[in-house]
Structure formats: C-alpha cells, structure tokens
Design a protein around this ligand. Structure first.
Ligand code: PGA
Length: 217
C-alpha cells in the first residue's frame, strides 16, 4: 500500500522559509514527516535576501516566501494569505478608534525589519503607494525583537498577522486600524524551474497541494 511504499523512501528535503513562515511551517512539516518517515528534513529560516541567495546557490530545494525574485526562473505555488498589519503598543490611543487615516502615519516614530527583509520591502512599497512617510527610528533583525520594541513603546511597525498571537494584547500589542491596511500578500512555495527536483522536494510539493486542496474545500 501507498504508505508502506512511502516508508521505504529515503532522502533529504532541504526547505527554506522566510522568517514569517516559522509560525506555520512546522504544521506542514509535521504532516510531511508523518507520511514520509524515511525522509530527513532540513528547514532553514532566514530573511528574503538570504533565502534568494540559498535558491541561487542550490543550498535548498524549495523555499517559501512572499515575493519571489524576478531574477530567478522559478515555479510558484500560492500557499496562504499573509496579511501585513500596523502594530502599536497595547494601549495606543489609535487602538480605540474605528479608523485612522493613512496620513496619520506621517512622521510617527517607526520601527522596521532590516534591509533584506521581504516584510520591510513590502512595507516600503505599500507606504510609498499610500504616499505616507513615517520616521524610521530603528531597524530590528527579527520579528520577535521588533514586537518587543513596539510593545515597549519605541514606535509603530508593520508585521505579518501570523507573527502575532491570536490575541496580540497578551504580548503587549494592538493591531491599529489604519486605512489602507492590512497589506494583502501571500506566501508562495517556490522552486527552480531550471533544475531537476529531488524526490523529497516533489513529495513535499504533492503534500502541499493536498493540504491546500483540503483548506479550500
Ligand atoms: P522576511 O520575510 O521579512 O523575513 O524577509 C517576509 C517575506 O519575504 O515573505
């Protein structure tokens, strides 16, 4: 039977995810590992620029990211929605408002992820499209560091909703109702079209398609 056959599989799945994927990817890997017990999994987590470099250098077979680079010949499979929200400290006055106009962001103290981050890039593009310019005070090299700095009242920021607790107040944060947000983005599973896919990677793609089929059913 199929599962018995899968039990005979051997190999290594090298998958890389941008930092925001670490909040959900374990669930997908758990299911994959259950169904493919013979396949070893190596997950690396890093920012967008470094994941692109990994794909370029063939140090991973698959990657999960929001914005695949146009510089590589990639196959993409749309996965999950990744809304990007404005966050502030839990008791920020905007948290009580029904709506805050986007232009209120002009000049506010702002915290951002490091250059190379896809969250940063998507946020910059979006702020520019809205025609607003907060005042960048600090860059922080991880989503968790960013959250703690926002909770401490050092500034506002944009972050993946998935990087926050279901109840952000539990971590001292509030999602602020700024017009023009959330930014609607998606994670995509990507792999190089110009390279042969390893069998473990193919098996993961099949698993991902199944999961996505079930989610949409
Ligand atoms: P990053 O992840 O901010 O860690 O690069 C976001 C993305 O690129 O999807």
């Amino acid at each position: 039977d199929l599962h018995a056959l899968q039990g005979l599989e051997r190999g290594l799945l090298r998958i890389a995810g941008v930092t925001t994927t670490e909040y959900f990817i374990a669930h997908w890997l758990q299911r994959f590992a259950q169904r493919h017990p013979g396949i070893e999994v190596d997950l690396s987590v890093d920012n967008r620029d470094r994941i692109i470099q990994r794909l370029q250098d063939e140090r991973c077979d698959l990657a999960v990211m929001m914005m695949p680079p146009p510089t590589l010949d990639l196959e993409t499979l749309d996965c999950l929605d990744n809304p990007l929200v404005v966050i502030g400290p839990r008791h920020h006055p905007w948290a009580q408002r029904r709506k805050v106009p986007a232009k209120a962001l002009n000049g506010v103290p702002w915290l951002a992820r490091e250059p190379g981050s896809g969250t940063r890039l998507a946020t910059e593009q979006h702020l520019q499209a809205l025609g607003v310019q907060p005042q960048e005070r600090m860059t922080l090299g991880s989503n968790e560091a960013l959250k703690h700095a926002v909770a401490a009242g050092m500034g506002l920021a944009v972050l993946s909703r998935h990087a926050l607790n279901r109840d952000p107040a539990l971590e001292g944060l509030a999602v602020l109702p700024v017009a023009g947000f959330p930014v609607r983005r998606q994670w995509k599973l990507v792999w190089r079209r110009d390279r042969r896919l390893a069998l473990p990677a193919q098996a993961f793609i099949d698993e991902a398609r199944q999961i996505l089929g079930e989610l949409s059913a």
